[in-house]
Design a protein around this ligand. Sequence first.
Ligand code: F3S
Length: 635
Amino acid sequence: MNTVSEKIIARHLVSGEMKKGAPITIRIDQTLTQDATGTMAYLQLESIGIDRVKTELSVSYVDHNTLQSGFENADDHQYLQSVANRYGIIFSRPGNGICHQVHLERFARPGKTLLGSDSHTPTAGGMGALAIGAGGLDVAAAMAGRPFALTMPEIIGIRLSGKLQHGVAAKDIILKVLQLLSVKGGVGKIIEYFGDGVLTLSVPQRATITNMGAELGATTSIFPSDERTLEFLKKQQREDEFEEIKADQDASYDQIIELNLDELEPMIALPHSPDNVVTVASVAGRPIQQVAIGSCTNSSYLDLCTVANIVRNKTIAPNVSCSLSPGSKQVLSMLAENNKLTDIIKSGIRLLESTCGPCIGMGQSPASNAWSLRTFNRNFYGRSGTLSASVALVSCETAIASAITGVITDPRTMDYEPALDLPYYTIDDRSLIQPQCDPNAEIIRGPNIKALPKNEALPDHISKKVMIKVGDNITTDDIMPAGAKVLPYRSNIEKISEFCFMNQKAAFHDDCIKEHGGFIIAGSNYGQGSSREHAALAPMYLGIKAVIAKSFARIHQANLYNFGILPCLFKNEADYDMIDEMDELEFKNLHTIQGDTTLVVMNKTKGRSFMVYLPCTAQQAEFLLKGGLLNTLKD
Ligand code: F3S
């Protein structure tokens, strides 16, 4: 009577009991990193001091920051390649594709656990893998053979019935789920899909859905492994890696949501949140200035073949700039071999490299006040690189139909041939470099690779000021922005910390330096979005000792423990309103922390005290007291 998730967790359980909300640890079979989080993860792996990775398979991808307009990124790529070679990690070259797309094609396996230093790692859930996003330090620890700690999630079952109709896509399924559950709806939960409608979806379509499950705040999302999974693995010449894993007939879910695909319409997430979802029909006719197609959510062969079929013999509207980034070299090769690329190029679409590109603000920032339709997974304020832009999230069908007309367009109004999957895929792994795993192999460190910052052990008594007070749903992009100006410094914490909270409070960095750190006050769902551990690491470097929030997003909260910052919850949320920036707060008796703890915090400026709750396991208490996981691992 088990779900797919429970079956995989049971096989990998190292410690704990599989009771909802109980702490458990699981064995990790595979890891992945991308370059924006990878340099830090591998510096951490080096400092743990092992001979070679202990996982079945680890892959280092370069997909986020491939522009080489200065030496910094090139230095990082060289470091990543040489450290992968030394420790037994496969290296995916820049241009080979987006980590999740390439991993789905070449490595993801049903029934395996995958830990990735990227929040969209659950993409591999489309293959029936239990794939979880985490901070780079957790991934480094997993590569060193340490089990991954989490709380046993609740399982939401989404029963799919019916079949997607003309103009409606897998992206519309996940946008609908986001409308129903919101960006907080998946916190502490696994989203598992089942029902007759599942068989109507291919693995890449399923992967679009599990990918964007990250926006629900879910631990992961997963589909069963069935005949469609086998079909995909056969085309990837990996059928020997297939294993059927389905939920038992009488599996029980903590909640069930019914979704009839026959009735689903094209959906759109309006600015500036992925759950601000309405039907495309309700906003049709609004002028747009930009369309960007691609990202780890929507860049499979079938997605881009659909784009090619819709745009065939048509032209992009003169008022629209339309770009397309294929998800991988495999996708790009297949588009070329099947003449689909010609239709794309002829239409006036700008073809970009097979990387994250505009999704992480690397190029294609919209014009001032422009409306941009994107097939991506996030439309947080400022992520596109243009603060005044309005970014909306849609399927490939809606994106290209709108690019042709110049206004938001319901793709059901367009006639086009449905994209047909190929009987075979093009397999060419030459851009996946196998490691030598030689302990004497040189690790190349250019000047952009700086030493890891160290954290001190937690003092027993802290009296410092509030450096910033922020509202609800603050994203890791808000805390530590990305984009072409910032990303080159991801291995240089001193430099990257200058950009911390730059769009919220320009003086944050200077105040922290002047006051030797302090505290952050936040509303609910603090740290939603990416797994970017720089959003914890840079505040740690700047001396932030605690974040007091109404609630936290899972990965960011784990990153705070890992870097020795206390993630405290208001006992009484009304106390949030009684604190101002630059108030002086005092914590005492911190050395008594052993597990879940209630602490009394004195607001010396206001002359009143309030209570906070610090949820933590004995292990997390140890991290906090020692100044972070890395100090613990070194011990
Ligand atoms: Fe890259 Fe955007 Fe996905 S940054 S990994 S394409 S969410």
